[in-house]
Design a protein around this ligand. Sequence first.
Ligand SMILES: [Zn+2]
Ligand SMILES: [Zn+2]
Ligand SMILES: [Zn+2]
Length: 290
Amino acid sequence: MFFLGTGAAELSPNPFCNCEVCARLRKEGAKPRKRSSLLIDNRNIVDFGPEVPAASQQYGQPLYDLDNVFITHTHEDHFAASTAEILTMTPYRNGRTLEIYMSEKGIAWTFSMIEAMDSVSRGKSSFRKLLDTGKIRFVPVKPYVDFTAGGMEVFAVESNHHANGDGELALNYLFRLANGKKLMYAADTGLYDKKNLEALSGSKADCLVMEGTGGSKPFPDESAHLNAENYVRNVHAMAENDVISNNTAIFVTHICSVGNNYNHEEYQAYLDANCRYKATVAYDGMEYSL
Ligand SMILES: [Zn+2]
Ligand SMILES: [Zn+2]
Ligand SMILES: [Zn+2]
């Protein structure tokens, strides 16, 4: 798997911001974070923010073979409508359809957006053209129900993170890859409740990629994002419920620099000091073999 992006919605450092944190990251020459996206393999990707095409070019990770896009939720950093236009101009993918997996409420919101774009476009909007030509197809994901896609068994839970759709909550995905390895992708999310810990209990994921948006910024327990402290609490709760084990490779993604005073090394130092399980702060361009 390959991290095409490990940043939150605003990128890190935020290009429009010159606060102490962003200024310091620039001064230190910190690796920039594009918006979060994880290429599981050449056929499957989780989330598709605005920088995915650029990151694909930068890291030599072509998207030609993609069959399945698993969208966690409709926030722009996870699902960028602007990329639809590139696909309308892509002449040749052997006629393959790109399947876009998303919650039913996320799809309903997306269709209302497509209708709105149709009404202000001369002719059809990019999305409409892709749908009409069969280049893309939306596939509804029912949370807490197993399904198969891209040679994987997939199970999704709903986090406490509200998105654009009416009543839409972000999906956190558990993938069982063709080689039997399990990958849990939790973004966006806050602290897991009992329901999710029980639904995932015993899954013993081989890899956990989870957002740690806030870093050093204080967050309340009910926040729809995790900071470093709540990240560790979630990892510990997952371990107590056998969602992960001692052998799980754990990564932090979706890191924001608003109010987060940790640079990469300081975030890592916090985890090393406070997390009972080895957790690694991911960076853009990081690769891990599952
Ligand atoms: Zn996000
Ligand atoms: Zn800033
Ligand atoms: Zn979000």
